[in-house]
Design a protein around this ligand. Structure first.
Ligand SMILES: Cc1cc2nc3c(=O)[nH]c(=O)nc-3n(C[C@H](O)[C@H](O)[C@H](O)COP(=O)(O)OP(=O)(O)OC[C@H]3O[C@@H](n4cnc5c(N)ncnc54)[C@H](O)[C@@H]3O)c2cc1C
Length: 414
């Protein structure tokens, strides 16, 4: 079989773009196929009312070892190194000092139980104190961190991320999505709006079925989300059942954002934060005037994100404005205007926010990351053993997969 390309990268998110960067200049013929109309995937900055708003990733987590920081600096993007305002409740509104201390202690005690005496079930909810006053708070935190409550969450997986995190979180005023999309090397061929519908194994490579025709390649790097892998948009050969099974152990959590514009005089101080209701597992958390801009970023995790997405943007904005009015006074209702909301759960080619492992399934990340012979390679945030759920984990996985491809092609050179 003659092949059209040496490597086809399926998916143009952070992982696919990283793979393209590593393969550019390798001498291999590389094509990137992206299902949607834009590149970036879950890294997506939209420009609304003159503001750069990140609907997906926004924080350069583990920033002091995050490869996107170096890429940003090399490409002239400003990096904001201020510490985030999360964890502080502006003016102690609705969350007294004593309660903040008690909630933080409950979180620390739960974490300590995970480390010192991890439940045999590997289920993070089994380390909760039965009937604990702050269990709703812990569930809300889990929603933000993992996109799910504690019941479906693997302790081993959660701790792997936590142990590797450096705790430095920086930002990009131009938007994380802007940086990721700008980082695709111009020399790599790309086809947008070209979803791969089926992958077939051939004698000397793979063929990829798209509605614009079938493309043959010596190898492919698959970077799609775990929800897409287990779904029905791509028909995979049965030889990949093990990879699909691994992906099923790493579901995508639910996280959604909404943005409110602040108009006129308001009590909202720059670079501050409030948790809507510290006792409610579904509560929104609100970052107020990031970079001093007239905007509030609401973030919802787990069940809160699911309810928000299902009830639609109008109900979501109303809920967020009500939560803020309960803390800042009803006058702020006149000062807040809906701007934009995400709906990652309903985006056909993503279907969620970021991956977590089910209890007992943390090792599925290693299974998912394994190549299938010299034909198929896997990248994407879910394949990273400890930096999963992030854009830098996705980046590193793309580099790894690209290097595996280069090695495989060299090893099988005629
Ligand atoms: C609300 C939210 C907040 C987040 N916050 C942060 C944060 O602050 N910091 C952080 O580091 N991370 C954050 N993340 C996570 C981060 O955005 C992701 O981990 C990362 O962007 C995933 O990159 P990826 O390349 O693995 O996958 P994706 O970005 O999903 O890329 C996969 C690509 O494959 C495409 N695709 C799917 N099916 C097909 C097909 N059949 N054919 C061709 N292409 C296909 C998709 O359209 C997509 O572009 C957040 C995510 C969300 C949703």
């Amino acid at each position: 079989m003659g092949t059209d390309w040496d490597v086809v990268i399926i998916g143009g998110g952070a992982a696919g773009i990283a793979a393209a960067r590593r393969l550019a200049g390798s001498g291999l013929a590389v094509l990137l196929l992206e299902a949607s109309q834009r590149i970036g995937g879950r890294a997506w900055t939209v420009e609304v009312a003159g503001l750069a708003l990140d609907l997906g990733c926004g924080w350069l987590h583990s920033a002091d070892r995050n490869p996107w920081v170096g890429i940003a600096e090399a490409s002239g993007f400003a990096v904001d190194r201020k510490s985030p305002a999360w964890g502080q409740q502006y003016g102690d509104l609705g969350f007294s000092r004593a309660d903040q201390k008690a909630a933080a202690e409950a979180f620390a005690a739960w974490h300590e139980r995970l480390v010192a005496a991890p439940p045999q079930s590997d289920c993070a909810a089994d380390a909760l104190e039965p009937g604990g006053t702050w269990n709703g708070y812990l569930q809300a935190m889990s929603g933000y961190l993992s996109g799910a409550g504690l019941e479906p969450l693997s302790v081993a997986d959660y701790l792997a991320y936590d142990a590797a995190s450096t705790g430095h979180n920086w930002r990009l005023p131009a938007g994380y999505g802007t940086l990721v999309a700008a980082s695709l090397p111009p020399t790599v061929a790309i086809r947008l709006a070209t979803p791969v519908e089926a992958i077939d194994l051939e004698a000397a490579g793979v063929s990829l079925v798209t509605r614009a025709g079938t493309i043959s390649a010596r190898s492919a790097i698959i970077t799609v989300s775990t929800a897409v892998l287990v779904g029905d948009t791509i028909r995979l050969p049965s030889a990949l059942d093990e990879w699909r099974h691994a992906a099923a152990g790493l579901p995508l959590g639910r996280d959604e954002k909404l943005f409110l514009e602040i108009v006129g005089n308001s009590p909202f101080a720059p670079e501050t934060h409030v948790l809507g209701d510290p006792r409610d597992a579904r509560t929104g958390t609100y970052y107020i005037r990031p970079f001093g801009r007239p905007v509030i970023e609401g973030f919802f995790g787990g069940d809160g994100a699911r309810v928000l997405a299902e009830s639609g943007p109008a109900a979501g904005f109303a809920y967020a404005i009500d939560q803020l009015a309960a803390l800042f006074g009803s006058d702020v209702q006149r000062r807040l205007r809906p701007l934009v909301a995400s709906n990652w759960g309903r985006m056909e080619h993503v279907r969620g926010a970021y991956s977590y492992a089910l209890p007992g399934r943390a090792a599925a990340r290693d299974v998912l990351a394994r190549p299938f012979e010299q034909w198929l390679f896997f990248a994407g945030e879910a394949t990273h053993r400890h930096d999963f759920s992030t854009a830098h984990g996705a980046y590193q996985s793309g580099i790894r997969a690209a290097e595996e491809v280069i090695t495989a092609i060299e090893a099988h050179a005629p």
